[in-house]
Design a protein around this ligand. Sequence first.
Ligand code: ADP
Length: 450
Amino acid sequence: MFSKILIANRGEIAVRIIRACREMDIETVAVYSTADAEALHTQLADEAVCIGEANPLKSYLDMKSILSAAVLTGAEAIHPGFGFLSENSKFATMCEECGITFIGPTADMIDRMGNKSEARKTMIAAGVPVVPGSEGAIESIEAGLALAEDIGFPVMIKASAGGGGRGMRIAHNKDEFINNFNTAQAEARTAFGDDTMYIEKYIEEPRHIEFQIIGDEHGHVIHLGERDCSIQRRHQKVIEEAPSAALTEEIRVAMGKDAVKAARSINYKNAGTIEFLLDKHGVYYFIEMNTRIQVEHPITEMITGIDLIKEQLRVAAGEELSIGQEDVVIKGHAIECRINAEDPSNNFMPSPGKIDQLYIPGGFGVRVDSAVYNQYKIPPNYDSMIAKLIVHDTDRDKAIGKMKRALGEFVVNGIKTNIDFQYALINNEKFQKNQIDTAFIEKNWSDLNA
Ligand code: ADP
């Protein structure tokens, strides 16, 4: 096992990783920008190195600075967390060249799965069902249009390099296709520096179901059950649950097998997620794979009792997974609400600033993964997620009750947050009755804001 690792991230995920390392007697090195000198990860790690300015391009995305920090502190491995450099194959290669282990898959696996239209091809070859659509990237808007007419409207126009719901537009007809293709492509160019596009059939009223998988270099690949991430805003997750209340046991088993098949087809090593859409008729389709740990990993930890970061570290160090498929036993129900510093009444605009009063809920079955503290000043330069509130109970209804209780206790003053909005979601009758699809927030907007 490693004796010292560097964490190339910030916020709650950096803190989450530091905690796992400390329990495993691994020393930690934090890196931080000038805006994060007072951040919790900077304070909690055994060592901390300033790697540059507040602008992420000049700090958390600066590969050379991060690698220099690792070399100078003698870190043997780098955990990239999620976001930032976590799915950057160039960074994975640079780590290898410096003799430092990248805690993730190989650069080749990142490349194969990171390009979403290429990933579709790989999945088709592996026999995993994908959404009907273009075979790879589309050559031109005309070719795309012809294909869209072939598969039938509505279609989803997507960026091959896409992520975070960006570079994605629906088209219901020819005119919309032309307009939205250009907007989506421009958005992809700005966000990812890559405007390669592909199209998929638009699945009506789907649920987003993803399977947590993990593999080691000794040929073991297992799954740890599914998460339901259908509560989304602008194609970004807001609430996640595990297990999904939408799956029959038969579909669950089939999807789990396909998720493992997908990972096995690329000899995947590391924690990862196979994302599917499930339509109204119980038919499911692969949409993408994430080759990293995800924001919502704690709900899987709560229902399986398995620490995913520790397993990730074991696998990266070349060890075998400490668990087999038969050891994965799903217990109860977990829900996660993402708590963001944002203003729901002002189009969810980010709301950075100083927290002048903080009360974090606790009690049996309540977990809060966060990096904020009282009097902490949230910098404006990064993601607005400040905490993840996770609850676990014996079934979905009880977990909902516990989440209501915990959200009710949560106090963050001085900035705006989405805590009340999350309460409205959890308290919504249709949510409670499991009448959910990915457009839930849009469809129930007036009820949620009553
Ligand atoms: P990103 O990588 O940007 O997160 P994904 O491909 O994972 O994009 O899709 C994010 C969300 O967008 C999905 O959970 C779903 O709500 C919606 N979506 C994506 N593809 C389709 C599709 N073909 N039909 C309907 N909704 C889709």
